[in-house]
Design a protein around this ligand. Structure first.
Ligand SMILES: [Zn+2]
Length: 468
């Protein structure tokens, strides 16, 4: 595809108007202020002319006279294919959702206005107890639809029924850092724990699946849901298979206090002592940290995924992101599940993330637009170990979104980055592309049957409710 005459958030997060960006297969191969030549022979002629100019500076400013750069409306470009009219649009890197539980979308709006323990014990756990394979498949597909609709291309997704999740993610064209979360309640031996066995199987079966779109991680659900023996065994598994770790850390004050009572150490210190941070890790939440915790996270190179909306909705607290930035820690943004969010509107999440950081620091200058956009895009990609995405840059994979900036919420435009973070809405996304493939465009889902997905997800919800 050739995005033509489009606004661009470039790799330095600068805004440039009237740009041309070309993708071939899964890569970004052209970024320029002019349309690339239509005819490859003309391109060669222009290249020769440029070489002549560099050899003879007196010719500088002359034209080769060969290349009109004219693209006929509606005609595909011979190299890039479809020419996309970028008028009134901005092309930017897609979002990486660094913490989620996709199948929980069936519990959207199901348990509201309850404290965390009652929310879990009275609503979430009984519902999850009745989940079944096809319910997880369709709920994951519905989450993929919602994600691509809001510009997310990849999610760090921790749950169970992993086979069914992988099936849905693979057909959707989306990316995932998936993990089978382990809770070791009541298990004395490793082999007695279904979750531990499945976590290892899932790594062997699916790491690198779907052309590398699926990355499998090891996952202790959290410190408070695992014994020390299991935490150490999961850390060893990650080292054995050379995979990353995804774990909930210090989400609530009571969880953090409980860990100090159990082990005389904070969750960060205790997990580090168990070896959990000896591989690249993604620590979700990190709301209740000490200065020493932040030093450990920085030293170990742990990424933190902050889940502002979920933390606010469950009144868990606010992650002190400015202090993490100050330590040089990579901070990414997560939605958590929609059971505690209640949507995957990533523009909303990004804005709330920025505002929460400012409130935590009591400083409106904290959380620059560049820092916030980095966390939503490149920071998330790095938290997932995806090195060649997260910027619109030649040679990078084409994980891109197009935002319509003609709505009243985007006018006037004093500063495009500020408008994107504080004024844009998820529904302004009009195109989502992962690995060069268009997944969502102007209300249409290219890789999934949206009506069937909604109907099946609703039917699964009713079936589970009837079993409660
Ligand atoms: Zn979570």
């Amino acid at each position: 595809m050739l995005f033509s005459n489009i606004g661009l958030i470039d790799e330095n997060f600068g805004y440039r108007e009237g740009m041309y960006v070309g993708t071939v297969d899964d890569r970004i191969v052209y970024i320029g202020t002019e349309a690339p030549p239509v005819d490859p022979a003309q391109a060669r002629e222009e290249e020769l002319f440029k070489m002549t100019v560099s050899a003879n500076p007196l010719l500088a400013g002359e034209s080769s006279g060969c290349c009109a750069h004219t693209l006929l409306a509606g005609e595909p470009h011979p190299l890039y294919g479809e020419v996309y009219d970028g008028k009134g649009k901005v092309l930017m890197p897609a979002f990486y959702n660094a913490h989620g539980h996709s199948p929980m979308c069936l519990m959207r709006g199901y348990g509201e206005n309850l404290p965390l323990d009652r929310w879990l014990n009275e609503k979430i756990f009984p519902f999850e107890d009745k989940l079944y394979s096809e319910a997880v498949y369709w709920s994951t597909l519905l989450t993929m639809a919602e994600s691509m609709r809001f510009g997310i291309v990849s999610t760090s997704d921790m749950y169970y029924f992993t086979d069914d999740m992988v099936r849905a993610i693979a057909v959707s064209g989306m990316k995932s850092n998936i993990s089978r979360a382990v809770t070791s309640f009541g298990c004395k031996r490793l082999e007695d724990c279904v979750g531990y066995r499945e976590m290892r199987e899932v790594i062997l079966m699916y790491d690198g699946f779907a052309d590398g779109r699926i990355i499998v991680e090891a996952s202790p659900h959290a410190e408070y849901t695992n014994s020390e023996m299991f935490l150490r065994a999961i850390a060893d598994t990650a080292k054995e298979f050379d995979v990353r770790i995804h774990v909930h850390v210090a989400e609530t004050e009571s969880e953090t206090q409980g860990c100090i009572e159990r082990y005389g150490r904070t969750p960060v210190k205790f997990l580090a002592d168990c070896g959990v941070f000896d591989v690249p890790a993604n620590a979700a939440h990190c709301v209740w940290l000490t200065d020493e915790d932040r030093d450990i996270l920085a030293e170990k190179g742990v990424s933190v995924s902050s889940n502002t909306m979920s933390n606010m909705k469950l009144a868990s607290g606010l992650c002190d992101v400015p202090k993490l930035y100050a330590k040089g820690i990579n901070v990414a943004i997560g939605t958590d599940s929609v059971a505690s969010n209640n949507s995957l509107n990533f523009f909303e999440e990004m804005k709330m993330f920025a505002l929460a950081g400012k409130i935590r620091a009591m400083d409106p200058a904290a959380m620059t637009p560049e820092q916030v956009l980095f966390s939503a895009t490149r920071g998330g990609a790095l938290a997932q170990g995806r090195e060649d995405v997260g910027f619109v840059k030649e040679g990078f994979k084409a994980d891109l979104i197009v935002v319509d900036v003609t709505g009243p919420n985007m006018v006037p435009m004093h500063n495009m980055l500020n408008n994107l973070i504080y004024s844009a809405d998820g529904k302004d996304v009009v195109l989502t592309m992962a690995d060069g493939k268009v997944l969502y465009r102007d209300g249409r889902y290219m890789t999934l049957n949206y009506e069937k997905t909604v109907a099946e997800a609703q039917a699964a919800t009713q079936k589970i409710l009837s079993m409660l």
